[in-house]
Design a protein around this ligand. Structure first.
Ligand code: HEM
Length: 533
């Protein structure tokens, strides 16, 4: 097919080891005739000591010594691919973003899928949330949707992120992730944070053991905003729905595959693309006009809540297709740097307190993982021109010519772009109030949507969830932890709590902790089971 701007750009910095003309050189370009033997002091055909003077051997070894960079602090294990985003229906009524209004465009993308808690070398099929991060190389700059395969999150405020991750990652003393007490830590956290209830129900459901990355949904999770040409603002959620349907493994399969083939998911994606069966997702938006922000039982800026589809239907407007495997894992999959703060004109943030903290965190972590010039790495570079007076820093790559390094200046070579010519304009949102470490009242209700989710499951999905909770809580050796958790479950569903209590051998609760709502949510579950082969 036609080469995208991003493919063109990358090819200018790509070299091919299979190119027959390449001879081995040092990094400083000098051709080498022997790269297999270190320069030695040799007498009478006997080996003497290696000579430290050998610059080529030193270079080869030292370059090897420094091959590793820190793995991502979360989502360390993952893989990804290139593809394209196309738009079937313009969303010009709600946004001015070119990528969401111009149906003639094909926007190059890179997508990285991941697990959250495992290290770089961990197994693909473990029970975990899956990352679903999309970088759009748009003509107006990079736009990143750094999402997950589950529409809600454990916490409401970014300041809790170190706690939720520490409680799930390997324990501080023994670094054993699945130690009995690590389950204690994870469930201790869940109990201490009622806001996590909805999310732990999703993570104990079949959604957390996807059969394939190609068979999972993606969600931006946080509430973003869209602004149209008239300057009107809407709140918005982003959704990816796979063409192949949503399918899960069953727990027994997931366990076995983790042992037999820990690379199951990355292999599945690679092979699908390699054989030309390109995975596709529909892209949808849920939109709420600014004036309706407070019309719901829940706070629409609360990342522990979904916007039920029967209240806010999903409008599918675009298609994502992954169609090219990376050329090199490190320089593309490992060095790609997503930031929720990367948005383009027409797309903005809301006061979602999780999103606002993320907007700080991603940029910050890239500085420590990749260095301050990370945006210059080939995989991260925008396809549109980049010009400013940010400069220097470790591993600066770009050479910016000229006499001045500040703005404005006597040359005024690059005038600032006017909004009508595509400059990013901050929406003049009204703010008022006092400074306080608090949250809105609606943020304090945590059970209704967990219950909605549970009630939306089919009988076999409920059974899987019950078994998952039994399995996980049975790995806690602190009775305080699992007994408290059974109490929490009784707030969601008494039968669920009773079944789990029987599985873990704790006291069986006799009555629900709160009245039942018996609400049913559409579009939340519906996981299909592909037959086991
Ligand atoms: C990485 C999603 C919450 C900090 C990631 C990645 C995804 C993701 C998909 C992997 C990106 C990749 O493939 O390279 C989410 C979602 C969240 C969430 C959907 C909730 C809505 C947070 C919060 C923080 C945070 C609250 C911090 C305040 C990080 C960091 C990384 C990361 C530091 C590592 C980035 C890197 O090294 O490249 N997240 N995350 N995340 N996330 Fe989050």
């Amino acid at each position: 097919g036609e080469r995208s701007k991003k493919v063109e750009q990358l090819s200018s910095v790509t070299k091919d080891v299979h190119d027959g003309n390449s001879t081995i050189t040092s990094d400083y370009g000098v051709k080498q005739h022997n790269t297999d033997e270190w320069l030695k002091a040799v007498t009478d055909d006997k080996n003497g000591p290696l000579l430290l003077e050998d610059p080529f051997a030193r270079e080869k070894i030292m370059r090897f010594d420094h091959e590793r960079i820190p793995e991502r602090v979360v989502h360390a294990r993952g893989a990804g691919a290139f593809g394209k985003f196309t738009l079937q229906e313009s969303a010009a009524d709600v946004t001015s973003a070119g990528v969401l209004t111009d149906t003639s465009r094909e926007t190059p993308v890179f997508v990285r899928f991941s697990t959250v808690l495992g290290s770089r070398g961990s197994a693909d099929t473990v029970r975990d949330v899956r990352g679903f991060a999309v970088k759009f190389y748009t003509e107006e700059g990079n736009w990143d949707i750094v999402g997950n395969n589950i529409p809600v999150f454990f916490i409401q405020d970014a300041i809790k992120f170190p706690d939720v991750i520490h409680a799930g990652k390997p324990e501080p003393d023994c670094e054993i992730p699945q130690a009995q007490s690590a389950h204690n830590n994870f469930w201790d956290f869940q109990y201490m944070h009622p806001e996590a209830t909805h999310m732990f129900m999703w993570t104990m459901s079949d959604r957390a053991i996807p059969r394939s990355w190609r068979m999972q949904q993606g969600f931006g999770v946080n509430t973003f905003t869209l602004t149209n040409d008239k300057g009107e603002r809407h709140f918005c959620k982003f959704i990816w729905t796979p063409e192949l349907g949503v399918h899960s493994l069953v727990w027994d399969e997931a366990l076995k595959i983790a042992g037999q083939d820990p690379d199951f998911h990355r292999k599945d994606l690679w092979q699908a693309i390699d054989s030309g069966s390109y995975p596709k997702w529909k892209f949808g938006i849920q939109v709420i006009p600014e004036a309706k922000e407070h019309d719901f039982d829940f706070d629409i800026l609360d990342a522990t809540k979904v916007w039920p589809e029967e209240l806010v239907p999903i409008r599918y407007i675009g298609t994502l297709e992954l169609n090219r495997n990376p050329d090199e894992f490190f320089s593309q999959v490992e060095q790609i740097a997503f930031c929720t703060s990367h948005v383009v004109p027409g797309i903005g943030f809301s006061d979602d307190p999780l999103l606002q903290g993320r907007n700080f965190s991603y940029f910050d972590t890239q500085i420590s993982r990749l260095g301050v010039n990370f945006e210059e790495l080939p995989i991260n570079r925008p396809v549109c021109p980049v010009m400013n007076h940010n400069r220097d820093g470790s591993m600066r790559h770009t050479i910016t010519k000229g006499k001045v390094n500040y703005w404005p200046n006597r040359y005024s070579a690059v005038p600032p772009t006017k909004p009508e010519d595509g400059a990013y304009v901050d929406y003049p949102a009204k703010i008022a109030g006092i400074k306080a470490r608090t949250q809105s009242k609606k943020f304090r209700e945590h059970i209704s949507q967990a219950e909605l989710f549970y009630n939306s499951l089919s009988p076999h999905e409920k059974l899987h969830l019950t078994n998952a909770l039994g399995f996980e809580l049975d790995h806690c050796d602190d009775h305080v932890v699992y007994e408290r958790m059974v109490d929490r479950l009784a707030e969601i569903d008494l039968t669920l709590a009773q079944s789990v209590a029987e599985m873990v051998g704790g006291g069986v609760p006799q009555k629900a902790k709160r009245p039942k709502h018996n609400k049913k949510a559409k579009g939340l579950s519906q996981v299909d089971y592909a037959p086991s082969t």
